[in-house]
Design a binder for this molecule. Structure first.
Ligand SMILES: Nc1ncnc2c1ncn2[C@@H]1O[C@H](COP(=O)(O)OP(=O)(O)O)[C@@H](O)[C@H]1O
Ligand SMILES: [Mg+2]
Length: 264
């Protein structure tokens, strides 16, 4: 669905991103993580043809949707007028649109103005309009940054169902490991303009952490990796004897991310 070869993006004299090779298959959901300034948006913008780059980026479809962290719409109209105007349709006569509005619980926000919506409601309205075109390839760049936990969770739950039903290929940039855990088939980690890892989270966990890990004091920076199942018992015993708070994991993304980017 998306193929990148020898991509490099330079701003002035600074190389912001290089990607030797990346293939994303149809229907895959890719979670992209990386520090601020690492090149995540540059990757998205290259795929969308919004920045100049060297190399090849091939999209298998023209039907591409995009949603960024913030959107702006004219504020003289109600949300219903904005949606109907931009999509050139009427909710009453458009089952597909009515269904999306229903799916995202947006019905009671239609008569409001955009500026009076919460962050989560704003993103749901934008998603309704982006998904109306039934994109085959969808880019979400920090869609949930700044939203509170519950709004994020509601959005992710909706999207999980939607993506399953529609087989959408998704590239989702996010700060939240938990969103990757819930949605993504593969994790792409970008650090300082380089791809550090691209694989199924489970594979990355096994490769960089081990069989399992104990996170002590709920802090991903303080963890004990377990390489053989037989080691687990004695480590757990020790933690209990110390009176430490800990939890066991076999797939914590935060842990994987920290190990790969900080070289733990
Ligand atoms: N249009 C631009 N002109 C110059 N530098 C830019 C531009 N866009 C991004 N950069 C720089 O490129 C690097 C990567 O940016 P970006 O892809 O936006 O990072 P991220 O989305 O991971 O936060 C940063 O150092 C940023 O300052
Ligand atoms: Mg960005």
């Amino acid at each position: 669905m998306l193929e990148i070869k020898n991509l490099s993006v330079t701003y002035g004299s600074k190389v912001a991103l290089t990607v030797p090779n990346l293939n994303i298959n149809k229907g895959e959901i890719i979670g992209v993580m990386g520090e601020s300034g690492s090149g995540k948006s540059t990757l998205v913008n290259s795929c969308l043809g919004l920045v100049r780059f060297k190399g090849q980026v091939t999209l298998e479809t023209d039907n591409v949707g995009v949603l960024m962290q913030e959107q702006h719409y004219v504020d003289t109209m109600t949300n219903q007028k904005i949606i109907e105007g931009l999509l050139n349709t009427r909710i009453k006569r458009d089952d597909k649109l009515a269904e999306l509005i229903n799916f995202f619980d947006f019905g009671s926000q239609l008569s409001l103005h955009f500026k009076n919506l919460s962050g989560g409601q704003k993103q749901r309205m934008s998603l309704i309009m982006v998904l109306y075109q039934e994109p085959e390839l969808l880019f979400l760049d920090e869609m949930t940054t700044g939203l509170d936990f519950e709004s994020r969770q509601a959005l992710i739950n909706h999207l999980k169902v939607y993506f399953k039903q529609h087989q959408t290929t998704v590239i989702m940039v996010t700060h939240y490991a938990q969103e990757i855990e819930q949605l993504a088939d593969k994790l792409l980690i970008i650090h300082d303009g380089q791809v550090m890892a691209f694989d199924k989270p489970k594979n990355l966990f096994n490769q960089y952490i081990g069989y399992s890990a104990f996170i002590v004091g709920n802090n991903a920076g303080n963890s004990i990796s377990i390489h053989q199942p037989e080691e687990e018992y004695s480590v757990a015993r020790q933690l209990i004897d110390n009176g430490d708070d800990f939890r066991r994991t076999q797939g914590d993304i935060e842990l994987v991310y920290t190990a790969i980017t900080k070289g733990q």
